[in-house]
Write a protein that binds this ligand. Structure first.
Ligand code: CTP
Length: 436
């Protein structure tokens, strides 16, 4: 294992130990180091209680948002570092926060209250790895295993059920059998978890390197959070294998939340739309759009993400005429349009991997789109080389017709009938001037 924390983190460990306190790196950063992955952030656990931590770091900027649970954030050289007193958690009546936190002097006690063995290891430069639950071994065997009695861990915080799925999607691990059984037994606890926390874990699951594998292996866990997708999991014979049709393109899309959500929800309305007999594909698509929107709203996902996902689902079957690429980029917006090309490509590669002609077409459309956008393609009325004021000076009135004229100028620029040059636009605007 190789762990080379940034200088500020080493300084924080050093400051605590100089004052006679024990301090270790814990949680995700130790897990990542054992796995040979680059840690995202570094969390420190210490036997100093919050008041003592505050005194040690009195010369630094601190944030006390988590202080009730024993966490103080210290900013060193602009880097926020979370320092948490060793805790021995009590009863969690809300399934999230312990009702009362009691501090302990024992690192081991702090480690065994944690969710999974792979997250229950600690390390410090001169103390080596502390691993009371066999986390290192589970890393080696690629196993997500709850620490101690699994049911207790999920009753303390039901979000851990989705965290297990997230780690499976992120790390490509299997969920150990007893842990999995306890997750399913304690599933009801998820109803007490806030939508935001659920959404955060699902987002991280979906952008994981092994997202499709995890969803293929544990769809029953996903539908605990997304019960709307249950009909997709019906036996192959009754649903044309929609789940697999969903996962293969998902695997082929880049790790972007909107793309992954769109891939996941692309066919979510299909079972509902076909339950009353065959329906035209367009209707099935609208059912997916409606259901996707209600799922993402229920999860309180940001509006931008929801809108992008819905646009991707609604347009994913659309044929794109290379001659109208500019118009199309303008109507969807450049970012969504590029994502749509990637989603379509993933769909074609999944459904018709032999159709190299279609895949090449989509690739060349994507490259052309990137080129046009790099060139600063005019995409909206705002990008035109004339403004409303120019048209007003020419005799236009401040009314609907002014907007219509600007839209028409944009359309002509996008179709290539007109160049986005001031003189050409002014001339065209004059010819559009209404004669009253
Ligand atoms: N933890 C826990 N139960 C939770 C959340 C967190 O036991 N519901 C513990 C785990 O030991 C975890 C640590 O707190 O490793 C830090 O949690 P977090 O900041 O959420 O990081 P991780 O999810 O573990 O990993 P990452 O660093 O990838 O965010």
């Amino acid at each position: 294992m190789f762990l080379a924390p940034p200088g500020e983190v080493l300084t924080a460990l050093e400051l605590l130990s100089r004052r006679g306190f024990e301090a270790y790196l814990v949680g995700g950063c130790v897990r990542d180091a054992v796995l040979g992955r680059e840690p995202d952030d570094y969390d420190i656990a210490t036997d100093a209680v919050p008041e003592e931590i505050k005194r040690v770091f009195s010369g630094y900027q601190t944030a006390e948002i988590g202080i009730r649970h024993g966490t103080l954030t210290v900013v060193m050289n602009g880097r926020p570092i979370e320092l948490t007193s060793y805790r021995r958690d009590g009863v969690y009546s809300d399934g999230r926060h312990p009702d009362r936190v009691s501090f302990t002097k024992s690192l081991e006690e702090d480690l065994i209250r944690r969710d999974f063995t792979v997250n229950a290891m600690a390390w410090r430069p001169d103390g080596g790895l502390v691993d009371p639950s066999g986390g290192r071994n589970d890393c080696k065997n690629k196993l997500i295993r709850a620490v101690g009695e699994p049911g207790e861990r999920f009753r303390e915080d039901a979000l851990r059920i989705l965290r297990a799925l997230r780690f499976a999607g992120q790390l490509g691990f299997e969920i150990e059998r007893n842990t999995h059984q306890a997750m399913m037994r304690e599933a009801a606890g998820l109803s007490r978890v806030s939508a935001e926390r659920v959404a955060k874990e699902l987002n991280r699951t979906l952008i994981g390197d092994f997202a499709a594998n995890a969803l293929r292996a544990y769809p029953e866990v996903l539908v605990l959070a997304l019960p709307e997708l249950k009909p997709l999991l019906r036996p192959e014979k009754t649903n044309d294998g929609i789940w697999e049709q969903t996962l293969i393109p998902l695997e082929g899309t880049p790790k972007d939340p909107a793309l992954r959500w769109a891939a996941l929800l692309l066919f979510c309305g299909k079972p509902q739309s076909t339950s009353g007999g065959p329906v035209p594909p367009a209707d099935s698509q609208e059912c997916s759009v409606t259901l996707a929107e209600s799922i993402l709203r229920r999860l309180r996902q940001p509006r931008m993400l929801t809108e992008q996902v819905i646009t991707l689902i609604r347009h994913h079957e659309q044929r794109i005429d290379p001659a109208n690429l500019r118009l199309w980029l303008s109507s969807l917006g450049p970012e969504t349009a590029k994502k749509l090309l990637l989603l379509k490509r993933a769909g074609v590669s999944a459904k018709e991997p032999g159709d190299t002609r279609r895949i090449e077409q989509l690739d060349s459309l994507y490259m052309e789109a990137v080129r046009l956008l790099d060139e600063g393609l005019c995409l909206s009325v705002r990008d035109l080389q004339v403004k409303g004021d120019d048209l007003l000076a020419m005799g236009y009135q401040r009314n609907r017709r002014l907007g219509q004229a600007l839209d028409e100028l944009l359309r002509q620029v996008l179709t290539g009938e007109l160049e986005n040059r001031r003189d050409a636009l002014l001339k065209a605007a004059e010819s559009l001037l209404p004669i009253d």
